[in-house]
Structure formats: C-alpha cells, structure tokens
Design a protein around this ligand. Sequence first.
Ligand code: G6P
Length: 368
Amino acid sequence: AAAGKGGYDHYMLKEIFEQPEAIRNAIRGRIDKDRGTAILSGLGLSPRELVDFQRLLIVGCGTSLNAGLVGEYAVESFAAMLAEVEQAAEFRYRNPIVGSKDLVIAISQSGETADTLAAVREAIDKGALVAGLVNVVGSTIAREAGRGIYLHAGPEISVASTKAFTCQVSVLLLVALKLARGRRMSRDEGVKITREILGIPALVQQVLEKNDAIAKIANNFIKCEHMFYIGRGYMYPVALEGALKMKEISYIHAEAYNAAELKHGPIALLDGNMPVVALMNRGPGQEKTVGNVEECRARKAPVLGVITEGDEEAKVACDWTIEVPDCPHYIATIVCTVALQLFSYHVARLRGCSIDQPRNLAKSVTVE
Ligand code: G6P
C-alpha cells in the first residue's frame, strides 16, 4: 500500500498533489483556443441543440453537489441561461418539474451513488436529456445516462474527494463556456476564458507549494470543536466544500454559510472559541466579506483568511492567512479549494485521524 501512495503518507495527500496533472487530463482535447470554446463531443449535441435548452439542471451528492453549485453560477454568469443545482435525493422524491426542454447533468465521481442514479432515472423518465459527469468509466450512471463527459481524474482512493472536485469544476467551466458561446458570449471573451482555464494547473501548483505554511497554521486548530466557513458568490460553494472536507476527515463540526447570512442567526454562536475560515480573496463581494470578518473579530472569533497574495488590507483583518494567487473568482473556486483541502488534511493529521478511511463514511454510497 505504501507503494500505491507513491511516497505520500496518505492517499488523500497524494491525490491533492495530483491535481495539476488530473486537471490537465480533464481538460485535454476539450479546448478550442482559436474559437474560444469547448469541445464536448461526449454530449452528442450539436451547437444548435445546445442552444435550444431552456434550463440546465445539475444533480449530485456531497462533494459532487458542491461542484455543481459552482457550475450553476458559471452557467448563469457566462451564458445567461437558467441553471439550477439540486440535491439528487430531493429531486427524486418530490415529483420534479423537468422535461424535454431541460439538459440534466448528473455529477458523480464513482458513477454508483444510489441517490444520483435514482435522479438520473427520474429525469430520463420525464423526457429530459441526461448527461453524466462521471470519473469511473463504465459505471452505472455513465451507462444509464448514455452520454456525458468523463473526468479522466484517475482513480480516487481516499474517501474524502479532492481531485474529483477540482476536475468536476474545471469541466463544468467548459460546459458553461460551451453554452455561453452558443448564446451571448463573444469569441474574444471565449478566447480569454479558454486561456484562464488552461492556466488552472499552474495556479494549483502554486497553492501546493504553500503546503508547509498551511501545515503550520493547522497547528492552531487541532483543539477546535466547531468552526464556521464563510464566503460569497463563487466563494460560497468553496466554503461548503471546505467545511465538508473538515467534517469528513477531522470530525470537527464545521458549518458553511454565505457570509451575508451570518448575521441572520449563526452570529449568535460567535465567541473566542469559534474560529471562522473566511474566503476573502479579491473579487466581487470581497469588501463585504471583509466587513463580515470585522464583525466576527468584534465578537472575538479568531479568523483564518484565504486572501489574494499581497493583499495587505485583507491580511490585517485576520489572525492567520493563506495567500493564494490572484485569479478570477470562477477559477479561484479551484485554487481556494485546494488550499482548504490541505488545511483540513493537516488538521486531521495532527489530530491523529484515520484520514483515508474516516469513520462512518464510504467512498461510494449505493443505498438511498
Ligand atoms: C459519498 C462520499 C463523498 C462523495 C459522495 C458522492 O458520500 O463519501 O465523498 O462526495 O458520496 O459521491 P459520487 O461518487 O457520486 O461523487
């Protein structure tokens, strides 16, 4: 098994470090730089057909659901197309309104998650066009959907998903680009976005180089019982995924909120024993999040900020910071998530947790 881990102490750490390569594989051959668009032949749809959909509905569970939320935001902002993300289990059991005008994308690393599979069957029954965004080739969801996009992330062994998430988001950005170029987005804008997407692996590499610094910061969190994660816009799904990772492997109770929602209840819980992890990197809504962080500090909550490199103003608002490279927020979903993966990994390691096999969790959940 040590050989399987390629010299890393855990599969999770190995898979975190594989991300630049995994993302390169996920986007390889899928980008048309000259035309500023994506090539997604597995969808089996002409550009014309893609334009005819009235809505994109994304379903998934757990980490795949969090990736889906980034997809929803990207499709709405790039393509000005109605997009929704829904927990697969909820979708399945409430007689959903879905039909032939809907493109449904089911996201699943394993391709075997029972709730997601049930949603796929329901959507097919109701006449929607269903595509899988799946990592495991030949898995049940991939077969039943009949069309889709394979992630090519390589095998993910660690129960806590890492590289599947960043590959899912990378591919969803391609889906958003494709839908957008068929609708409102200019070629120039498309070209700019393809360049940014091609730059993701190098940005992720820069975050991996912060591993030692992140490990040091993690020392301050090993005795925590609770944590809040906050972010706005694209950084909200990142907060959700950061908190999920922390819960899964360290068993610390971590809750994610939109930073604005904090004042509508959760702020009552803030005191010196409730650290807050804040996504404060530069982008839309950043000043507001910095304001929310100041409200947290006023209640004595210690703050770990994920900030843009060199942003001194954000830095002084925090007790600790992880600095990430400057990039558009839709790309920062990946960049910041990698930083938070490393953060949870080190907190869990320092707490002596069973990182690759957390209690009560399974890699793939085949019961509803
Ligand atoms: C399980 C795993 C999670 C995963 C979820 C969805 O709960 O423990 O890590 O995100 O299933 O899995 P899928 O294979 O459908 O992406």
